[in-house]
Design a protein around this ligand. Sequence first.
Ligand SMILES: NC(=O)c1ccc[n+]([C@@H]2O[C@H](COP(=O)([O-])OP(=O)(O)OC[C@H]3O[C@@H](n4cnc5c(N)ncnc54)[C@H](OP(=O)(O)O)[C@@H]3O)[C@@H](O)[C@H]2O)c1
Length: 259
Amino acid sequence: MRLHGRFALVTGSSGGLGAEIARALADHGVRVVVHGRDRERTRAVADELGAAPVVADLADPEQLVRLAEEATAAYGRLDLVVHNAGIGWQGGFDRMPPDRIPDLVTTNLVAPMTLSRAVLPAMVERGRGHLCFVTSIAGRTGVAGEAVYAATKAGLDTFAESLRLEAAGTGVEVSTFVPGVVDTDFFTHRGTPYARSRPRPKSVETVARQVVSLIASGRPERYADQALRVAPVMRSAWPAAYTRLAERWGEQTRWGGDR
Ligand SMILES: NC(=O)c1ccc[n+]([C@@H]2O[C@H](COP(=O)([O-])OP(=O)(O)OC[C@H]3O[C@@H](n4cnc5c(N)ncnc54)[C@H](OP(=O)(O)O)[C@@H]3O)[C@@H](O)[C@H]2O)c1
């Protein structure tokens, strides 16, 4: 997709990776709608970019409808939606507060589906548009301690792939960006800081540039690092060996433990 002069909504662009994607898009001449839940943070990023702010909680169906309407009305149309907003929770599933399950599923999966459904018909009618989904390596393999988060990202991944197949020949593109670990406050927001020494978090500026280059390229997907491909390929080719390695070297969260 040629970026200059396009109109884009970046969900969750009041901070973290989304704010940096909004900045990178603006550098390419895209007029961005900055979205977040926190009014002050959303407005601060929008003011910095001379962009339109929309404050809406993705977990609230009525606010989601308003987000689609206001983001479209901001510049008259949307050419691009980057589905970036997401939340996590870390710990053994046997200790996960039950009310966090719908929080994660709604924000990470139902909201991007509903928002896509709202904006897609206009894109199909114009014969042009792009939906970009920020998933996670945690959706390409299971992850101990992130069962629900990984399931939402796997669902988003398959949703995006299905849309890509449906989009063939319509002029609408669908892309998937698969991050590993990114240096944002995501881990603090989920309630448990990132404590592993490897993989080292990637800079948010680098990852945002990768997202924008994926959108411009017309390619269907991109991993933040080539090395991230190894685990999904192993899991698919040698599932028993992969499980043994993941139990040994992966996240060590176990049921009934302290974490
Ligand atoms: N950081 C990583 O290592 C990593 C790794 C893999 C994938 N990812 C994915 O990358 C994406 C961006 O994450 P990040 O690292 O930038 O996280 P972050 O720093 O925690 O930022 C999350 C953004 O999403 C918004 N958001 C969260 N819940 C929302 C809701 N209910 N309604 C509206 N906005 C909401 C936040 O808005 P407010 O602050 O205004 O509430 C914020 O702008 C997520 O989808 C995440 O799953 C991140």
